[in-house]
Structure formats: C-alpha cells, structure tokens
Design a protein around this ligand. Structure first.
Ligand SMILES: Cc1cc2nc3c(=O)[nH]c(=O)nc-3n(C[C@H](O)[C@H](O)[C@H](O)COP(=O)(O)OP(=O)(O)OC[C@H]3O[C@@H](n4cnc5c(N)ncnc54)[C@H](O)[C@@H]3O)c2cc1C
Length: 254
C-alpha cells in the first residue's frame, strides 16, 4: 500500500486570495490546483522500490479546503494542522504529498471470526521493512530541498515545521529527523490494493474469477497483484472495463 508523508511549505504572501480553496482567482472554486511528478531515491533497485510520487496541492490563503483536508482527509492532529493554518492566514500554502508508491512492506486482511457480519482484521504493516522508512525519509529530505529553489527564495517561502514531540529533540535536517518525521506523519492516502490478488497462489485468476468457483468474480482494487506506481483509481477503471469485456465475450455479446 502506498505510504506517504505530507510536508507543508509556504508560498507567496497573498492575502488577495483569502478564502480561496486554491491559487486561482475564484474564491468559491472547490477544486484544488495540483501538480505531480516522480523521482527515484534508490537508483540501485531493480524493483523501483525507491520511486516517490510527489503530489502537490496549492492552496490560496485562508483556504477552506485546507482547513477541512488537514484534520479530516489527512487525519493530522490539531497541533500539526494548527501550525499549518497559522501560516496560511496570509500566505499561500503548498501541501506536498511525498508518496512511496512501491513499498516492500505488505499488509494483509484476515477474518476476525466465522461470523460474516463481523468486521475483518486489517494489518497495514507500514514500515515493516526498514528500507521503506529510509526511502520515504529521503523523499521528504529532497522535497524539503525544494524550499531552497529560486522560486521559494523569491517569495520568502519556507517549510512549515510542525511541532512533533517524538522528533523535536533530534537535529533538524538530519537523517534521523527525517526518518522520525516520515514515521510520525505517515498516512495511507486511501490507496489500498492487493488483498484478493490475481495470482495462481492468490484469490482470482486472469478472468477475475475466484479460484475454484465459476460464478464469482472480484472486480476492484483488491485484485491488483501489487500497488501501481501511482494512485489507484484509473487502474480500477481499467480493471472494470476489462471485466466488462470478459463477461461480454463469455456471453457472446458484442
Ligand atoms: C478520500 C479519498 C481520496 C482518494 N483520492 C484519490 C485520488 O486522488 N486519485 C486516485 O487515483 N485514487 C484516489 N482514491 C482511491 C480510489 O478512490 C480507490 O482506489 C478506488 O475507489 C477503489 O475502487 P474500488 O472499486 O476497489 O472500491 P470502491 O471505490 O471503494 O468501491 C466499493 C463499492 O462497493 C460498495 N459496497 C461496499 N459494501 C457493499 C455491500 N455490502 N453491498 C453492496 N455494495 C457495497 C461501496 O458503496 C462502493 O461503491 C481516494 C480514496 C479516498 C477514500
């Protein structure tokens, strides 16, 4: 499951965008300006296990969406969000999501009991493999380095360092600080996949049928053998289109 850590950075001093969700000049626009790109923090790896997707959301000052998203969507606590909101009163804020898209750690889902109404047990196992934490920490460090670029220097932008009691005694900017930061700020960004994976030893075959059963298919993010190197929604749509084609062919429908 993709694991990410958010890093908020201030942008322009721009009270004119007060109340704007995004950096456009439309106050009630509920969309968020977003940019994305990838970089690799482990060029030695043949499995792309150091691939980082950098997704940014650019908010206008005093942004209602940021006010909602920080504690609710991203689930950060009042202290972390408070530090970000304080800087967002007059300044634009760039919310950087640093996502390790091919982590080696793998979680699992299992039954809690024989009662089908009982909620399953979900084990995320985030950072079970230590190198995942190191890669995400390296990704955070690289994104922090962006605050030293000419644009951020020009607008006086800087990293909003949230108070993190677990990390604050460590040297800011050291490897151990960024490892602590990545661990404390880690989040799933709601991209789980692979709990019913398509594999001879997994749950479904290449026609998306559950092994040994003729009339049950699984068609969703759970059939992916591993997480895609990016967000999951587009892949789910492709799986759904493919399922529709397979079913039509089986029933001789064009
Ligand atoms: C807050 C949030 C933000 C996200 N942002 C992005 C993004 O920006 N980009 C991106 O690519 N992905 C994003 N995702 C991930 C993306 O939404 C999922 O990967 C995708 O929706 C998974 O599709 P799915 O079909 O596997 O499951 P779902 O989309 O969850 O579909 C499951 C469906 O099953 C239905 N259901 C559940 N139980 C039952 C039942 N007992 N009987 C009948 N129906 C049932 C549910 O109502 C639901 O409609 C985000 C997810 C969240 C939660």
């Amino acid at each position: 499951m993709t694991t990410f850590a958010a890093m908020a950075v201030t942008g322009e001093l721009n009270p004119a965008t007060s109340g704007h969700s995004t950096v456009t000049d439309r106050p009630r626009d509920l969309s968020v300006t977003t940019y994305t790109g990838w970089f690799n923090v482990d060029k030695q790896s043949t499995e792309n296990s150091g691939l980082i997707q950098h997704v940014t959301f650019a908010f206008g000052s005093l942004s209602p969406i940021l006010f909602y998203a920080c504690p609710v969507t991203f689930n950060y606590n009042k202290t972390v969000c408070g530090a970000i909101f304080k800087e967002n009163i007059l300044r634009e804020v760039v919310f950087n999501n640093v996502a390790l898209v091919n982590p080696k750690s793998r979680g699992y889902v299992t039954l809690n009991s024989a009662d089908p109404m009982d909620a399953p047990l979900i084990f995320g196992n985030t950072f079970e493999v230590e190198s995942d934490l190191e890669m995400l920490a390296e990704g955070c460090q690289r994104v922090y380095d962006l605050t030293k670029t000419s644009y951020f220097k020009k607008v006086g932008g800087c990293f909003i360092r949230p108070p993190l009691p677990e990390c604050d005694s460590l040297d800011f900017g050291s490897k151990s600080y960024w490892k602590c930061y990545a661990r404390v700020m880690a989040n799933s960004l709601y991209q789980p996949a692979g709990t019913c994976m398509m594999d001879p030893n997994g749950v479904v075959d290449s026609d998306l049928k559950v092994h040994g059963l003729e009339k049950i298919r699984v068609v969703d993010a759970s059939v992916m053998p591993k997480s895609p190197s990016g967000f999951t929604s587009a892949v789910v749509q492709v799986i759904a289109e493919r399922a529709a084609d397979i079913i039509k062919k089986e029933h001789c429908v064009e």
